[in-house]
Ligand binder design. Sequence first.
Ligand SMILES: O=C(O)C(=O)C[C@H](O)[C@H](O)COP(=O)(O)O
Length: 204
Amino acid sequence: MKSVEKVMRAAPVIPVLVIEYAAHARPIAEALVAGGLPVLEVTLRTESALDVIREMAKVEGAIVGAGTVLNADDLARAQDAGATFIVSPGLTKKLAKAADAADIAFLPGVANASDIMLGLDLGLRHFKFFPAVANGGIPALKSLLGPFGRIAICPTGGVTQATAAEWLAIPQVLCVGGSWLVPAGDLDADAVRAAAQAAAGLAR
Ligand SMILES: O=C(O)C(=O)C[C@H](O)[C@H](O)COP(=O)(O)O
């Protein structure tokens, strides 16, 4: 399986992208990469998501993946479009097996001890903690890391530029995910680049 750890270590923040217009894909990817955030998670939540992945995959230096991958069909469509990693809000045996068979880096969501134990049974060690804040935030993650200290985590859901550093101070947290870098609405590439620069400067 391709290394999910490499994806997680490429930058302190993975922008979670919900993009309506394929025409916005390249300028947004270029602004994020130029700002120092090469890892781009394109959620499969919009009609244009697969076209967005195709466009972003052409941007030099971009490491493009798909988010909101719920099943093997989503995985296959995202990989065909050029995604090199997939992120899921949860974890199923079927999806983990499909990711293994497709030889694609896989970052599944976990919310509790049983989810992590399912992941460990499946040979996984890298997880997204989702929804990070609603699920109890830093105290909840620290409690889970008692019994599961050897996993690697990307908290996502409610993380912001202001709170990312606190999460990144936890040794098992290799990166955080968040949608704050690219707000919905009109495209402002300068603002995206500035937000990326601030995020890329966060210490791990
Ligand atoms: O679409 C998915 O697959 C998800 O897992 C959801 C995203 O990770 C969160 O919606 C990001 O959370 P915010 O940064 O609080 O907006």
